[in-house]
Design a protein around this ligand. Structure first.
Ligand code: UDP
Length: 260
């Protein structure tokens, strides 16, 4: 597939045109950002792993009838995807309270929610992706009620399915973010963007060790090792060759000398 001009560059991905106006190439970078771009780094190998993990999850979702933009993975870092107009809302689905939910509402970290909670954030970096209500979405016509209800239902199905998929490999799906878009072809709403350890919180079932981007946000180290662990458990690392085979070891304690 011949790569055309760059259409858009985001924090972790680049979108390139193709000769077909209904498809684009999604390229996964190694760049990592957090806290609304205030923390930045380059994590070697992250893009390759996210490409593979997201491919696996979107393919699996397509098999249960969740239509999404993925057409096929092209190489280590790129996917051919349907060209969509991204809906300017981030849909966050939570099973266990952590992150901004605990800070905003004082809910205790680790609280298991009685049922999945869907939150909406406006995609606007300048405003820091503020949380918005269902009424905001309808009032400002970001979506109509039929579209919003359809997306809500899809979010719950995606959550159900992914929770089971991760549970089977000893991982708790704590929360995640998804984005939807309208196809250029016929304005149909489909799941887009990516689902990866960059966009999910994944905890090891037994130890609750973080296997996601919180390792970067909280300076826990071993970011790629954690992503690699997720890929390994999902059984998608077999044809990998140039990702270093590292052990997911514990950080070593450092002794600090104090002047007496
Ligand atoms: N998330 C994301 N992109 C964002 C904001 C959040 O992928 O711009 C994901 C995040 O990785 C987590 C979930 O959405 O899995 C909920 O994040 P939260 O609202 O707690 O925000 P954070 O604590 O990351 O600021």
């Amino acid at each position: 597939m011949k790569k055309g001009k760059k259409l858009y560059e985001g924090k972790a991905k680049i979108i390139f045109a193709t000769i077909d106006k209904n498809t684009v190439i999604q390229h996964f970078k190694d760049d990592a950002t957090a806290f609304n771009n205030q923390k930045k780094s380059n994590i070697e190998g992250k893009g390759i792993l996210n490409n593979r993990i997201s491919e696996h999850l979107l393919k699996s979702l397509a098999e249960i009838g969740i239509r999404n933009h993925l057409i096929k993975r092209l190489n280590m870092r790129e996917q051919l995807v349907e060209f969509v107009n991204i809906i300017p809302i981030e849909f966050v689905i939570r099973n266990i309270a952590t992150g901004s939910l605990t800070k905003r509402l004082g809910i205790e970290e680790g609280t298991i929610l009685d049922k999945p909670l869907i939150e909406y954030c406006l995609k606007n970096d300048q405003l820091g992706d503020p949380i918005v209500s269902r009424e905001h979405i309808l009032n400002f016509n970001w979506l109509n009620i039929i579209e919003l209800d359809l997306i809500n239902k899809q979010c719950l199905r995606i959550n159900d399915f992914l929770q089971g998929l991760f549970r089977a490999v000893g991982i708790k799906l704590v929360d995640f973010k998804v984005e939807f878009g309208k196809t250029k072809l016929n304005e149909k709403i489909i799941l887009a963007d990516e689902i990866s350890p960059d966009t999910c919180r994944l905890w090891d079932q037994q130890t609750e060790k973080k296997l996601d981007k919180d390792r970067f946000r909280k300076n826990l180290g071993y970011v790629v090792d954690a992503y690699q662990e997720v890929a390994k458990r999902l059984g998608i690392l077999h044809e990998q060759s140039n990702i270093r085979p590292v052990k997911f070891s514990k950080p070593t304690a450092v002794k600090i000398k104090r002047n007496k």
